[in-house]
Design a protein around this ligand. Structure first.
Ligand SMILES: NC(=O)c1ccc[n+]([C@@H]2O[C@H](COP(=O)([O-])OP(=O)(O)OC[C@H]3O[C@@H](n4cnc5c(N)ncnc54)[C@H](OP(=O)(O)O)[C@@H]3O)[C@@H](O)[C@H]2O)c1
Length: 367
C-alpha cells in the first residue's frame, strides 16, 4: 500500500470520527496496515454484485462467491464460487473463514438469520445490502434514524414484494443480533442505476429521450429524482470493507440535487437529441393510473411524496462520492446498446409513441 493510500484512509477515518459516525474508531484502527482482505459475496452475479466484485478485485482483495450458479454463471471463471442456496443449503460455507461478508442477496429474514448465524464465528464483519424500502414511510423525508417498516408476522416463509421493505428491516435487525452492532454495516440504497441494471426503470428515460419528439413527462420540471449509481455504491461498499466502517447508511444522490428536467437535459446532451416535453401534472398521472408505467417518478402527494428524500449525508461524510448523473446516463446507454434487439423490445418499461400521443391529446383536451 502506498503512503498516499494510508494518508487518504487516515484522513477519511478522521473525518468520520469528527462526524460522530458509528464504527469510526474501528475504521481508524485499520488505517496503519492495509492488507488484502478475503471477501465473501452472497450473490455476486446479479446487477450490483459484479460491480462490487470487480471493485474489490481492482483494489487487490480476494473474492469468493456464494450463489446457486444460475445467474450469469460464467461471469467470474477465475473466482471460487461456492454453490448453495440461501433458503436451504449453506453447507459449502461451513468451516470456512473470511474477513468480511457482503450480503447483497438477502430478501427473506429466515435466510439472512441462517447465513449470519453460520458466518458469525468465521467472519469479522457483515455488510448487509438493505434498501430505503426498509423505512416505514416515504411520506416523510428519510434519514437513518427514521422508523422502520414492521413485519406483522415474522413466521412468514414466502417472499412477497408487498413485504419487501419490512423483510429488509427485520433482516437488518437480525444481522445485528447475530453479529453484534460493532461488526455490522447496513447500506440502504435508493434506486440503484447504471450499466447492468436489469430493472429498466431509470433506463426508460434516457432511452425514451433518444427517440425525440413530443414527450410525456410527469409532474413538472423540478420534480425531484434520486438515484445511486451502482459504481458509486460499489466503491462505497468496498471502502466500508477496507475501513471496516460499521453502522447504517443511506446511499443516494443529495436530496434536491436532481430533477426530472435534469434527467431530460442530461439525456439530451448525452444522445445529442432534443425532446419537446409535455409536462402533465401529478393529478393527471394519478387519474390515468400511470404511476406503474413511468418508473422512478412518484407524485409529490401521498404515500411516496418523499420517495426522493433519503438523506445520504452520513455516507458522504464517510467518503461516499456521487458521480454526475450525466455520466451514469452516458454509461447506461452505452451498456444498453450492447444488448440484443429482443431485450430492447421486451424492456420492462416501454410506452409506445402512439400511447404517449393519446395521453398527451387527453391532457391537452382537459385544458
Ligand atoms: N435494484 C435496486 O434498485 C435496489 C435498490 C435498493 C436495494 N437493492 C438491493 O440490492 C441487492 C442486490 O440486487 P441485485 O439486483 O443485484 O440482485 P440480484 O439480481 O437479485 O442478484 C442476486 C445474486 O444472488 C444470487 N442468489 C439469488 N437467490 C439466491 C439464493 N436463494 N441462494 C443463493 N444465491 C442466490 C444470484 O445468483 P443465482 O441466481 O445464481 O443464485 C445473484 O448472484 C438486493 O439485496 C436488493 O434488495 C436493489
Amino acid at each position: 500500500m502506498t503512503t498516499n493510500r494510508r494518508q487518504f484512509i487516515k484522513a477519511t477515518a478522521a473525518g468520520a470520527i469528527a462526524a460522530g459516525l458509528p464504527g469510526a474508531s474501528a475504521a481508524d484502527s485499520h488505517e496503519s496496515e492495509w492488507r488484502p482482505l478475503e471477501i465473501l459475496v452472497l450473490g455476486g452475479t446479479g446487477f450490483i454484485g459484479p460491480h462490487m466484485v470487480r471493485e474489490a478485485l481492482r483494489r487487490g482483495h480476494s473474492v469468493t462467491l456464494f450463489n446457486r450458479g444460475r445467474t450469469n454463471n460464467t461471469l467470474f471463471p477465475d473466482l471460487e464460487t461456492i454453490i448453495g442456496d440461501r433458503a436451504d443449503n449453506l453447507t459449502g460455507l461451513e468451516g470456512r473463514k473470511w474477513d468480511v461478508v457482503v450480503d447483497n442477496s438477502g430478501y427473506m429474514h429466515h435466510d439472512v438469520r441462517a447465513s449470519a448465524r453460520l458466518l458469525a464465528p468465521n467472519v469479522d464483519h457483515y455488510i448487509f445490502i438493505s434498501s430505503i424500502s426498509a423505512y416505514d414511510s416515504m411520506a416523510e423525508p428519510m434519514h437513518e434514524d427514521s422508523p422502520l417498516a414492521a413485519l406483522e408476522d415474522e413466521s412468514v416463509t414466502e417472499f412477497d414484494w408487498s413485504l419487501y421493505g419490512a423483510l429488509k428491516a427485520v433482516s437488518e435487525r437480525i444481522v445485528g443480533e447475530e453479529m453484534g452492532a460493532d461488526r455490522t454495516t447496513v447500506l440502504r440504497p435508493t434506486y440503484i442505476v447504471g450499466p447492468g441494471d436489469h430493472t429498466d426503470r431509470f433506463t426508460y428515460w434516457p432511452v425514451r429521450v433518444r427517440q425525440g419528439g413530443r414527450m410525456l413527462c410527469p409532474g413538472g420540471p423540478e420534480h425531484p429524482i434520486q438515484v445511486i449509481d451502482v459504481r458509486d455504491l460499489a466503491n462505497f461498499t468496498i471502502d466500508v470493507v477496507e475501513r471496516r466502517i460499521t453502522g447504517v447508511f443511506n446511499t443516494a444522490t443529495p436530496v434536491g440535487s436532481y430533477s426530472m428536467r435534469q434527467v431530460l437535459e442530461d439525456s439530451e446532451a448525452v444522445s445529442a437529441t432534443t425532446v419537446d416535453p409535455v409536462w402533465v401534472g401529478d393529478e393527471f398521472v394519478i387519474q390515468q393510473q400511470l404511476m406503474g408505467a413511468l418508473p422512478i417518478y412518484h407524485p409529490i402527494t401521498g404515500d411516496y411524496s418523499h420517495a426522493s428524500s433519503a438523506s445520504a449525508e452520513r455516507a458522504r461524510a464517510a467518503g461516499m462520492h456521487n458521480r454526475p448523473v450525466r455520466e451514469t446516463i452516458r454509461d447506461l446507454l452505452t451498456w444498453w446498446d450492447t444488448l440484443p434487439a429482443e431485450r430492447h423490445e421486451n424492456a420492462r418499461f416501454r410506452m409506445t409513441l402512439e400511447r404517449e400521443a393519446e395521453l398527451i391529446a387527453e391532457w391537452e383536451s382537459q385544458g
